[in-house]
Design a protein around this ligand. Structure first.
Ligand SMILES: Cc1cc2nc3c(=O)[nH]c(=O)nc-3n(C[C@H](O)[C@H](O)[C@H](O)COP(=O)(O)OP(=O)(O)OC[C@H]3O[C@@H](n4cnc5c(N)ncnc54)[C@H](O)[C@@H]3O)c2cc1C
Length: 417
């Protein structure tokens, strides 16, 4: 496999699309790599791009030490086609998680579906280590800490969470309910049924970027030898690990795995890091074997195992064989807004047009909130997503039960709170 990560990456400054829906749409049309704040990622509206890359869709419930109750949590892959949920939320970012909380508080049965293998959307994928200063109630909060709180709040009423599934089709049935069909790793298909849908899809379905000229054999080894997310540290105990990448995820996982791995090699295609300075320093001062200007040349397989990998110095072209057991790739993300455009929704500026008073789209029963929602004066902020999610959840409740009040009163007035 020719592995030149640079093949697929433009050098020089990338266009900054922060809070600019038109720029986001234009970038998606060109499959362009862009910047938003400090984060670099690729946007596409090509439905063939950005397939979910994480085979493992079962997530261990977060235990009470993390402050999240185990009881009532229902994190699993969708197995039952028949179960009809009151509300299905497409997207497990800050908006989707808050929508799940609010819909749960309105006693709706809720399902969250996300293409990524972890919750948290853009914040987790692009800037977990950055401080955020404009979320109400937090003078400053690290991205990953905000997400931990959003998860704790969002999952407290026990929504079903389906990760690693990209929603490809959304259709209204004759009886007024909706079916969502999703595609998971290795083209596994699933169906979901729901009375209402809240689309909280941000800038599109996120999926980890793969190596250029990707060997499909690597897909088969996902979750066993090839990883894009680290969920279970034990899988890596006493293993020889190669981490590819120079961002926060690469650094975080190098430091998390260093005490238990046999040996970690970390390669990065250049000598400039996208990661937080402090994390880079820690890795450079650890036992991790860091090699800059190095890329993957070829992965060798032996049956269902990775037997080794050849890396090369992109300046000298010198090749080095490495014996590895596990390969962790942190090459950034592709955001794919493609399928959403095919669902019969009114689309504008790369997002979904909604009634800003109710967050309902042009299809009754389908609501949109957060970055993906468009109305006059729209601001793409975490804070606005929270408000829109609450509005969408309340109107979704009223949609399936017109006798219920849209505004149920304040949460502080609820029994037991
Ligand atoms: C570098 C950077 C810094 C930022 N800093 C700030 C800041 O300081 N303050 C602030 O308020 N905002 C900030 N923002 C913006 C903020 O991150 C977004 O407004 C917010 O994350 C949007 O949340 P969301 O839940 O609407 O969408 P997202 O977080 O994008 O979540 C959408 C989720 O939907 C999933 N999804 C999409 N389509 C599908 C599909 N078809 N099937 C399944 N899943 C799907 C995606 O995988 C994703 O996980 C920043 C953004 C960036 C990039």
């Amino acid at each position: 496999m020719s592995d030149d990560v640079n093949n697929n990456q433009q050098d020089g400054p990338l266009p900054d699309v922060s809070e600019n829906p038109e720029a986001i749409e234009a970038a998606a049309a060109q499959d362009a790599r862009v910047e938003s704040g400090d984060a670099e990622f690729q946007l596409t509206d090509n439905p063939e791009e950005g397939e979910p890359a994480q085979a493992e869709t079962t997530v261990e419930p977060i235990d009470t030490e993390d402050g999240v109750p185990k009881e009532g949590m229902n994190l699993h892959h969708a197995e039952s086609v028949d179960e009809l949920f009151d509300c299905t939320i497409i997207g497990g970012g800050t908006t989707g998680l808050y929508g799940a909380f609010y819909a749960g508080m309105r006693e709706m049965s809720v399902k969250i579906v996300d293409s990524l293998g972890e919750l948290g959307g853009q914040v987790s994928a692009l800037y977990p280590e950055k401080y955020i200063y404009d979320v109400a109630g937090f003078p400053e909060v690290k991205g990953k800490e905000l997400i931990a709180g959003c998860i704790q709040q969002g999952l407290q009423f026990g929504p079903t969470v389906c990760l690693g599934e990209k929603v490809e089709h959304l259709e209204k049935q004759e009886d007024g309910t909706f079916t969502l069909s999703t595609e998971g790793p290795n083209e596994t298909k699933h169906m979901h049924r729901s009375k209402t849908v809240i689309i909280a899809a941000g800038v599109g379905a996120f999926a980890p970027r793969k190596l250029p000229d990707y060997d499909p054999k690597l897909d088969e080894l996902e979750g066993k030898h090839v990883f894009y997310f680290v969920k279970d540290l034990e899988v890596f105990r006493d293993q020889n690990i190669l981490i590819v990448g120079g961002g926060d995820s690469a650094m975080d996982w190098a430091m998390m795995l260093e005490p238990i791995a046999k040996q970690i090699t970390l390669i990065h295609r250049r000598d400039k890091w996208r990661a937080h300075e402090d994390s880079v320093k820690k890795v450079l001062n650890s036992s991790v074997d860091v090699r800059v200007f190095h890329e993957v040349k070829e992965v060798q397989f032996e049956g269902d195992d990775i037997s080794g990998v050849t890396i090369y110095d992109n300046k000298t072209k010198q090749e080095t064989p490495l014996q590895i057991d596990k390969l962790i790739m942190c090459l950034g993300f592709i955001a794919n807004i493609g399928p959403i455009k095919e669902w019969g929704l009114e689309i504008q500026g790369g997002g979904i047009v909604v009634n800003s008073g109710t967050m309902q789209t042009n299809i009754p029963g389908i609501f949109a909130a957060g970055d993906v929602a468009r109305y006059e004066g729209k601001l793409g902020l975490i804070a606005t997503g929270f408000g829109e999610a609450a509005t969408a959840a309340n109107y979704a409740k009223n949609f399936i039960d017109p006798a219920s009040r849209v505004f149920p009163g304040h949460s502080s007035e609820r029994d037991g709170h």
